[in-house]
Structure formats: structure tokens, C-alpha cells
Design a protein around this ligand. Structure first.
Ligand code: ZN
Length: 270
């Protein structure tokens, strides 16, 4: 089964998945009649096709997780079992951390999505060695109360398999925790994979199937999210070519632009 082998490979590679939380303001109750100005800021238009949309971006891990082992190893409920609150994430061989990569891509995505009119929620507010978490359960629930339109969780993989490189997109199977969001997540995964491919990124060559998609039931970030949600392993940080791209400003921008393209394509089809 495709779902088991990649999970095993990823576990062997020491890769982690992530998680956040916090109060999310509710949408306006609509008690007041909209004015011309508020209408113009939320209605989709040619220049702002994502106006009125809410996108959650989850920059995987927190830079300080490794300094707070006891906290991030605490067990949390993920809808079908318990896992660690979070993990440290991986890094390139030269020590560039996954947490910093995901944070930078997330910020670049936020700029682009806001320019398209979307409201953006990040699951963590900073990238700091003094901080830890949030846990995967909180990351999974973030945006549920808004409700947000979709969630993209950004990661980098850490496989030591010889020559392993490329991206893959993970979504949760049709199981009880995600019965409400499974179809949307699968469609978002396909949209994201297509956008990454159009941007010139190669599909991961080290997963069974080789189609750039993976289905996993063991990730709280996916299980507890009530909206279409994907986790993107943008590349393998232990691969020299992927690592160079993932630790360069131009590479980070390419990833961000591709992921935004996937969001846009999913939400408005263009
Ligand atoms: Zn990760």
C-alpha cells in the first residue's frame, strides 16, 4: 500500500510533522449594512481574485523546538490516536533549519496572497530559538472557527536515501477525523502538485508510487483541520541541489509563488 511505505521511509529519515493555535476572530456578524468601501475590499475583482478568502499557512516546526524537548514530546490527541506535540524538523547538511525555510516561504506566500486580496493566518507568529510549538493539534485546528477556506502546511524533508530529491504533497485519507474535508484536501493536493510541476519542481523520487502525492492518517495537522488541507514537503533538505534551492532567497520565492499558484487555482480556478 502506498500509504504505509512512505510513512515508514519518512519515519526512518527522521522527518517530522508539525503543528499551532490561538484565538481567531470571528467573521463579522453582518449587523451593519455594508458600505461602499467595505464592499470594495471584500468582493473579488480582476486584480484581487481572492478577496474575501481566508488562507491558513502553517510554517512547519518552530526554530526553538530542539531546546524544549520535554514540551514538544508531550503527547497530544490527533483525532485517531496520540503523537508528539511537535518535532525539531530537519536541516540541510550545512545546518540551515527547516523551521527557517518554512518561515521564509510562509512570509513570501503571505505577501502574494494579500496582494491577491486574501486574508492570511499564520500558525506561528515568529521564528525564534527562544520559542517552541505550537503543537500539531493546535496547528490542525487553526482556522476552523473562522472558518478559513484552506490550509497549506509547509515542510522540508530529511531523507538520507542516496539521491533522494524532489517535492511531495501529503493529504489525509477518507477516515473519520477528516470525513468532512477529505475530498477538498485531495483536490487541493492535486492543484498544489500541478502548480509545483508547472514551476519546474521535480516530484519526489524516493516515495512509492512516484506521483508526488502521499496519503497519511498519522498527522494531527491534517486530521484536525476541518478545511481542505495539505502538507507540502517542498524538497529534501539533505539533497545538495534541493538544499541549495531551499536555502536561497530566489529558491524560497519560487516555492512561495508555486504554492500560491496552487491555492489560487484551487480557490478560483485561475
Ligand atoms: Zn517538517
Amino acid at each position: 500500500m502506498r500509504t504505509l511505505l512512505p510513512a515508514l521511509l519518512i519515519a526512518l529519515a527522521g522527518v517530522a510533522s508539525c503543528g499551532q493555535s490561538g484565538a481567531v476572530p470571528a467573521r463579522p456578524a453582518g449587523s451593519a449594512a455594508p458600505t461602499a468601501s467595505t464592499t470594495s475590499t471584500t468582493a473579488p475583482s480582476a486584480g484581487r481574485p481572492l478577496a474575501g478568502r481566508v488562507v491558513v499557512i502553517d510554517p512547519g516546526h518552530q526554530l526553538g523546538n530542539s531546546r524544549h524537548r520535554a514540551r514538544i514530546e508531550r503527547r497530544v490527541w490527533i483525532g485517531n490516536g496520540y503523537t508528539a506535540c511537535n518535532t525539531t524538523g530537519t536541516s540541510t547538511d550545512s545546518g540551515f533549519p527547516e523551521a527557517t525555510f518554512t518561515w521564509r516561504v510562509a512570509k513570501r506566500m503571505r505577501i502574494e496572497l494579500r496582494a491577491l486580496g486574501a486574508r492570511v493566518i499564520l500558525t506561528r507568529k515568529a521564528n525564534s530559538r527562544g520559542l517552541w510549538g505550537p503543537c500539531v493539534d493546535a496547528r490542525g485546528r487553526r482556522g476552523n472557527a473562522v472558518p478559513a477556506d484552506l490550509k497549506v502546511s509547509i515542510h522540508g524533508d530529511g531523507s538520507y536515501a542516496a539521491g533522494a530529491h524532489g517535492f511531495h504533497v501529503i493529504y489525509a485519507p477518507d477516515h473519520r477525523p477528516t470525513a468532512d474535508s477529505y475530498r477538498g484536501s485531495r483536490r487541493l493536493a492535486e492543484s498544489t502538485r500541478a502548480a509545483m510541476g508547472r514551476a519546474g519542481f521535480a516530484r519526489a523520487n524516493y516515495l512509492a508510487g512516484g506521483d508526488g502525492l502521499d496519503v497519511r492518517s498519522d498527522l494531527g495537522t491534517l486530521n484536525l483541520s476541518n478545511m481542505p488541507t495539505v502538507m507540502v514537503e517542498c524538497g529534501n533538505m539533505r539533497n545538495p541541489a534541493d538544499a541549495r534551492r531551499m536555502s536561497s532567497p530566489s529558491g524560497e520565492q519560487r516555492y512561495a509563488a508555486a504554492l500560491v499558484r496552487g491555492v489560487r487555482s484551487f480557490l478560483v480556478g485561475r
